[in-house]
Design a protein around this ligand. Structure first.
Ligand code: NAP
Length: 258
């Protein structure tokens, strides 16, 4: 799937889970942005199942000077991640930016949580970060440049009942981010995490109105965030203005964790 416009000097980004919610906003932000030291980016987005979402996104992106490619691949598979990254690099002409955003929830109290619920969430949220990071670091090391942003969550910082699988996966993402930041800093590659609070997407759409109302009461800014709130911070971390930032966890949560 492709929507090609020609350009010579764009940054080249891969975004996992790019078809919906936060990932979709990140794809649009990277493809459309040319201020604050960020060039336009050509973007390869990865999704798991929703072909209509991918087609809709391709049709919505019509920014002059950017190339957009969609790849259907399961981020939990290292083999598929490697193949997708190879194909994306071929189409984009390289890779400068990786956004590890794909994620799922399978909420339940631990007493009722199945082994599959635990494994599925760890695989989609944490193993996928290992898979895509492993697939991109060789070309990034060779070019001595890379920007990696991992999407964690506020609950990794403060905990949340009914989400032991999800919280463990996102705490793992934060640990992985810091380890990679130390491994790759001398190679010109920064690795940071963004920890969103409660953001209006399909993921939080599953919550009841009562649950949402209770959550909003715990947000100092008194509202849920938007996918764009997160995407702008991700784009900043990929920009020249953030060249000296690595190993950090930036909360975008209306003040929930402080
Ligand atoms: P979302 O609306 O449910 O979208 C999830 C995206 O990830 C979709 O594009 C989905 O593709 C993709 N995806 C899921 N599993 C995948 C897999 N195995 N391989 C490839 N792609 C996969 O979720 P969201 O709310 O935007 O969340 C995005 C990220 O932010 C997640 O990591 C989430 O944990 C994190 N986050 C969200 C919130 C929030 O309040 N929404 C808060 C904190 C952190 P398909 O549609 O094709 O399945």
């Amino acid at each position: 799937m492709s929507n090609t416009k020609t350009s010579n000097h764009n940054r080249r980004a891969i975004v996992t889970g790019g078809t919906r919610g936060i990932g979709r906003a990140i794809v649009k932000e990277l493809a459309s942005r040319s201020c604050c030291g960020v060039l336009f980016s050509d973007v390869a987005f990865v999704y798991n199942s929703c072909d209509e979402c991918a087609e809709e996104l391709m049709s919505e992106i019509d920014y002059p000077g950017t190339k957009i490619f969609g790849f259907k691949a399961d981020a939990t598979s290292l083999e598929q991640a490697q193949a997708t990254v190879n194909e994306a690099i071929e189409k984009l002409g390289g890779v400068d930016i990786l956004i590890n955003n794909a994620g799922i929830t399978r909420d339940n109290l631990l007493l009722r949580m199945t082994e599959k619920d635990f494994d599925d969430v760890i695989n989609a949220n944490l193993k996928s970060v290992f898979n895509y990071t492993k697939a991109v670091i060789k070309p990034m090391i060779n070019q001595k440049y890379g920007r990696i942003v991992n999407i964690a969550s506020v609950v990794a910082l403060i905990g949340n009942p009914g989400q032991s699988n999800y919280v463990a996966s996102k705490a793992g993402v934060i640990g992985f981010t810091k380890a990679m930041a130390r491994e790759l800093a001398s190679r010109g590659i920064t690795v940071n995490a963004v920890a969103p609070g409660f953001i209006q997407t399909d993921m939080t759409q599953k919550l009841t109105d009562d649950q949402k109302q209770k959550l909003v009461q715990n947000i100092p800014m008194g509202r849920m965030g938007t996918p764009q709130d997160v995407a702008k911070v991700v784009a900043f971390l990929c920009s020249k203005d953030a060249d000296y930032i690595t190993g950090q966890v930036i909360s975008v949560d209306g003040g929930m964790a402080m």
